[in-house]
Each structure stands twice: as structure tokens, then as C-alpha cells.
Design a binder for this molecule. Sequence first.
Ligand SMILES: CC(=O)SCCNC(=O)CCNC(=O)[C@H](O)C(C)(C)COP(=O)(O)OP(=O)(O)OC[C@H]1O[C@@H](n2cnc3c(N)ncnc32)[C@H](O)[C@@H]1OP(=O)(O)O
Ligand SMILES: O=C([O-])CC(=O)C(=O)O
Length: 378
Amino acid sequence: MTDDVKINRGLKGIYFERSGVSHIDGRAGELLYRGYTIHDLAEHSTFEEVCYLLIHGELPGAAELDAFDAALRAARHLPAAVHEIIRATADGHPMDVLRTAVSALAALEPDSRETGAEAFLRNGIRLTAQVPMIIAAHEAIRNGRDPVAPDPALGHAANWLWMLTGEKPSAEAARLADVDFILHAEHGANASSFAARVTVGTEANLHGAIVTALATLAGPAHGGAAEDVMKMVREIGTPENAAAYVKAKRAAKEPVTGFGHRVYRAEDPRARHMRDGVRKLGEEKGAPEWYEILQAVVTAMQPYARHGLNVNVDFYSGVVYQLHGIPMDLYVPIFAIGRMPGWIVQCLEQQQSNILIRPLTLYNGPQRRAYVPLGDRD
Ligand SMILES: CC(=O)SCCNC(=O)CCNC(=O)[C@H](O)C(C)(C)COP(=O)(O)OP(=O)(O)OC[C@H]1O[C@@H](n2cnc3c(N)ncnc32)[C@H](O)[C@@H]1OP(=O)(O)O
Ligand SMILES: O=C([O-])CC(=O)C(=O)O
């Protein structure tokens, strides 16, 4: 009932906490994980190494990495009841199936209710290993196949492709998936990580926070964008149609998906790596037109770049998955595989200096008024 309060809708530009995990410079288009640029990590690192870095704060030594990797591989197990739940929900969107299965794991694995750093770490590693298993098992079951057992000889990305397709991936395909996971691993107070922190703020457990995060990631303004970009590319059909498509969207004041970001004003630094992936893979697979359509959209959006409207990470990633023959509805779940360490470390940070996250809404409903008994209402 106060008129002079400043409302920060969407919490735009508001710092709600300190974090030592990732640094985003939106104007420069720079992203650091624990001080290392995303470019160095994408070029030289593996997802397992990045998980260790994000969670423990330092790059691992060889023995530390081996132990971390062994723990991840040892955690590749799903209770039989989860396969039953996947069967029962197999016709649903993979993101709904994934969220339901993680929720079921909370009820099936007794230590999931434990809180505290040690429990978050233990459950976080287990969930990091289980999330790709759930997605791959769903893909097998909905196509009438039995889930593929994990291969302990394969790393995280290669094993996920193996479980998804039942075929051993090439080194290049495994590396591209690995880089994709690295690029999606962490991004500060994005909507899904913030939602996970809100859950932990109530002293809830990690499984609950990951369920919250999965629900939040699914929307098209966040992780769902890659799927929408692919739909857009299909709708555009040929590079010549891109300008008219963009013009119509702008005239209707609708967002062009894969563009825009709450923090970046320069190009999202992660996009560069995915752009290279689309170009190379498109040429390799004899399908260069996808890259050409995307670039035609970028050209058509050029006039808006000076307003800070550039491509984000998801502009190119959908087409990379498409070129790999991965169904469109798996694009958001793939983002979730990559984002696991980000969610875990944000939850750990939240828990280490916990506080209930509870902002205010400024009331603008009716003034105080007299209650009218049911029989006296019009
Ligand atoms: C991994 C990720 O989550 S990355 C984001 C993935 N999402 C998408 O790609 C969906 C498309 N993008 C969007 O909807 C938005 O850019 C968001 C939701 C990501 C960010 O939105 P906000 O930070 O709230 O920006 P906001 O909506 O205020 O946009 C600022 C201006 O840019 C315009 N704008 C923002 N995104 C777009 C877009 N994709 N296409 C066209 N115009 C856009 C807005 O219309 C607005 O213009 P105005 O000031 O003239 O009204
Ligand atoms: O930071 C954001 O708002 C969205 C994003 O790019 C991410 O989660 O990777």
C-alpha cells in the first residue's frame, strides 16, 4: 500500500548473495568458472575435471581426478522401481519423466533426506551419474528397447551416448558432448540455480532442490530455448526466409528464440564453441544448410545487436544435437546433465551460510473491507 517503494521485477540487476563459483562479465562477454575462462576449459578440460573444479574450487591433480571419476562411475545405478516409473510415464515429455524419476529417487534412496555438506556431496555425485541414466533409459523404453547398461570403461559423456544409442560413440562425438556439458555446467544465479537455492534456503534436501531446478530449467525462456531454436530453424526452412521471419517476429513483438540474455550484452561466450560445432558437424554430415539458416537469422538480427541483443548458448546447441540425430525433446534434459555440478555447488554454497530466501511483494489489491456473509452476496 506504499507508492514510493522501488519494485525490481524479475529481480533484474539485484545481487542477493556472494558466490565464489562463476563470474559473468555481461558487457565483455566473459565467463569464468572458479577463475578459469570457459574457453580454456572447453578446449583443454573434461566434464569430470570441471565438475571437480566447480564443486571443490580447484582443478584436481591426477589422483584426485581418478578418485572423483571412479566415484561417478560407481554411482551409475538406478533402482528397478525407477525403470518401472519411467515405463509408466514413458509417453510424457522427457523433462517431466526426468523430474518425476529424480523425485522418485528421493523416496527410494533413504539417505536422500540427509542434509549437510557431506550428504549433499554424496547425493550430488550419485544424482550426476543417475540423471543421464534416466534420460537414456526413457529414450530406450519409449522406443521399445531395454535400457542399455552403463559401460564402466567409458567416461561420463561417452557413457551417456552409449546408453542413449546402444552404440559406442566416436571420439569426436563423445568430445562434442563433453564440451557441451562443460559449457552448460554453471552460470551463477540463473533461474534454475536460484530456484534450487530457494529450496535449500528452507533447509530442504538436495533431491528436492534438484527437482525444483529441473522444473525451472524446462521453460522456453531458460533451458527450453534449444528445442525452440530447432523448431524455428525448421519453420524458416531456407536461409532466404530468415529475414522475413525475423521481421514478422519483431513486428509482433515476439522474442526471436536463442537471442537475448538477462546478463549478457555482448555475445554469450559459450555460443562460439557451439557455433564451431554446428559448422564443422554440418559439413561432415553433408547438411551445411542448418548453419546457413542460423547465420541468416544472426544477420537479420544484426540491427538489434547494438541494443545488446545477441545469440545465447542455446542458439546453436539444438542444431548440434539435431545433427547427431538426437530427438528434439531431449535437448533440455541434455542441458540438465551439464548443469548438475552447477546446481550442486550452488546448493552447497547456499547451505554453507544458509538463510531463508523470502523477498516481498508490494500489495496492490483491495483496501481493508467488511466481510459479507455468503447469503448476503449478490
Ligand atoms: C540458457 C539460457 O537460459 S539462455 C536464455 C534462453 N532463452 C531464450 O533464448 C528465449 C528468448 N529470449 C528471451 O525471452 C529473453 O531474452 C530472456 C528471457 C532470456 C531475457 O529476458 P530479460 O532479461 O527479461 O530481457 P527483456 O525481456 O527485458 O528484454 C530487453 C529488451 O530486449 C528485447 N528482447 C529480449 N530478448 C529478445 C529476443 N529473443 N528477441 C527479440 N527481442 C528481445 C525485449 O523485447 C526488450 O526490448 P524493449 O526494451 O524494447 O522492451
Ligand atoms: O544465466 C542465465 O540467466 C541463463 C543461462 O544462460 C544459463 O543458465 O546458462
